[in-house]
Ligand binder design. Structure first.
Ligand code: DQA
Length: 142
């Protein structure tokens, strides 16, 4: 099965960005682990700091892939454009966050993505991505 991981702004800095919140592992290193763990699936990865590029990627893969795991980062709390793109495509999207956004500042409690996502996984560190991929792989089997 084909799954895209889509990361939004500042997630290219994982490993050195606020390590007390986001940990010390780079996403590239974690992505290699995921590819090893989910050998039977095709995992692709795209990151952008630009809202329009994230929307472009959703449109590009959103009618052919089996699943998209999105961490829209700060755009989670602001982007109607990303929410509309998720609504427009047929591939199911699972929203993930590394931190528990509900235990943080109030502005992080609102997500424009959650109402249009298949499900939401947050607060498990980088493992949130693993759990989201598992949700696709398990539902594909059954
Ligand atoms: C984040 C939470 C967001 O509030 C924040 O803007 C991020 C990362 C997370 O994965 O915990 O950049 O999406």
């Amino acid at each position: 099965m084909k799954i895209l991981i889509l990361n939004g702004p500042n997630l290219n800095l994982l490993g050195k960005r606020e390590p007390e919140v986001y940990g010390t592992t780079t996403f590239e290193d974690y992505f290699s682990e995921l590819q090893f763990r989910f050998k039977n699936s095709q995992l692709d990865y795209f990151q952008s700091n630009i809202e329009g590029e994230l929307i472009g990627k959703l449109q590009e893969v959103g009618f052919s892939y089996d699943g998209i795991v999105i961490n829209a980062a700060a755009y989670t709390h602001t982007s109607i454009g990303i929410a509309d793109a998720i609504k427009a495509i047929s591939t199911p999207v699972v929203e993930v966050h590394i931190s528990n956004t509900y235990s943080r500042e109030e502005f992080r409690h609102r997500s424009y993505i959650s109402p249009v996502a298949k499900g939401v996984i947050l607060g498990f560190g980088l493992q949130s991505y693993d759990l989201a991929i598992q949700s696709f792989v398990n539902s594909y089997k059954s």
